[in-house]
Design a protein around this ligand. Structure first.
Ligand SMILES: Nc1ncnc2c1ncn2[C@@H]1O[C@H](COP(=O)(O)OP(=O)(O)OP(=O)(O)O)[C@@H](O)[C@H]1O
Ligand SMILES: [Mg+2]
Length: 289
């Protein structure tokens, strides 16, 4: 991993978890699936986790890859409304969510709308207020993030109750995951992101990758990362994409499907432990912070 990325430690003179304490009575628990590098499997994982969580209670899948959204494809639906209308101020979030199936709604990102990839403060505030108004309808929200270190990817992660950092074993993906962690932990020092290594071909490679990232994060950021899953590289991901369904839906007995089901059980239990902060309120606090 590049030396330059490893030389700085996180400043402690930043917002603490206490200073962004919950001020909402929401019961909705939020999980943000992030990575530094693109194409690590965030959408594939989010699709299956949202499906599994929806079996326990109403779940909102928020396609936060705004502008080049594609989470709807993995749920086999074609949304007629998107978040672009919320940002334009012409619709409320409850009017633009698309039901996927019993228990799961999708908040679709707009496709081909470049402006959505870099929302300004006012637009993000509009989104925060909109999300706050629908939170009481859902027990869980899964945020399928865009890749990279934009203001909004970091704000969405910082506002979520839990963050899942997805990387492949490739050194480029690990380096970018570290860069994301560094910025996130500067913003939210008490956050304890969970790590997922995806597209693992040889288990020992996955293990080495996890050890490497855990080690640098501990040494340079002072935070103990926990690796909660190693997901195999598996053609089941391609097949599920072609069939426009989450991997765990109707074919979850592949090695990837089984590993995702284990991850889903972990995530569900882990989210049960959190005291929900209210995503909309928390996003608002991070924007003004
Ligand atoms: N475990 C896996 N085994 C095989 N293929 C996989 C696996 N995980 C993801 N893929 C494939 O990798 C590609 C990228 O996956 P996906 O779209 O979920 O990544 P992403 O992180 O959401 O990308 P982006 O950053 O562009 O949003 C897809 O073609 C997907 O089917
Ligand atoms: Mg994606």
């Amino acid at each position: 991993m590049q030396e330059t990325l490893l030389n700085q430690s996180v400043s402690s003179s930043v917002l603490t978890e206490q200073s962004i304490a919950p001020c909402s009575t929401t019961a909705m628990r939020s999980l943000c699936v992030v990575s530094g590098k693109g194409g690590t499997g965030k959408s594939m994982i989010s699709a299956s986790l949202a499906f599994m969580l929806s079996e326990q209670g109403n779940t909102l899948l928020f396609d936060a890859d705004l502008g080049v959204a594609n989470a709807h494809i993995l749920q086999g639906i074609r949304p007629t409304h998107t978040i672009a209308e919320v940002i334009a101020g012409t619709a409320s979030i409850s009017n633009v969510v698309t039901p996927c199936y019993e228990g799961l709604d999708l908040l679709a990102g707009g496709s081909g709308v470049a402006q959505l990839a870099s929302l300004n403060g006012g637009e993000l505030e509009l989104l925060a207020a909109g999300l706050r108004s629908v939170e009481e309808r859902y027990s869980h929200m899964v945020v399928d993030s865009a890749a990279g270190l934009s203001r909004q990817t970091v704000a969405f992660a910082a506002a979520s109750d839990r963050v899942l950092v997805v990387t492949t074993p490739a050194v480029t993906a690990l380096t970018d995951a570290y860069a994301f962690l560094k910025v996130l932990l500067t913003r939210r020092p008490h956050c304890r992101p969970r790590l997922v290594i995806n597209r693992v071909v040889l288990p020992e490679e996955g293990e080495r990758a996890a050890e490497r990232l855990i080690d640098v994060t501990k040494r340079f950021l002072g935070v103990e990362l926990e690796c909660v899953a190693q997901l195999p590289d598996d053609r089941a991901a391609f097949v599920a994409t072609q069939e426009q369904r989450p991997v765990v839906r109707g074919g979850g007995d592949s090695p990837l499907g089984l590993a995702l089901m284990d991850l889903g059980r972990y995530v569900s239990a882990d989210l049960d432990k959190v005291r929900p902060r209210g995503f909309g309120t928390s996003l608002h606090n991070h924007l003004i912070g």
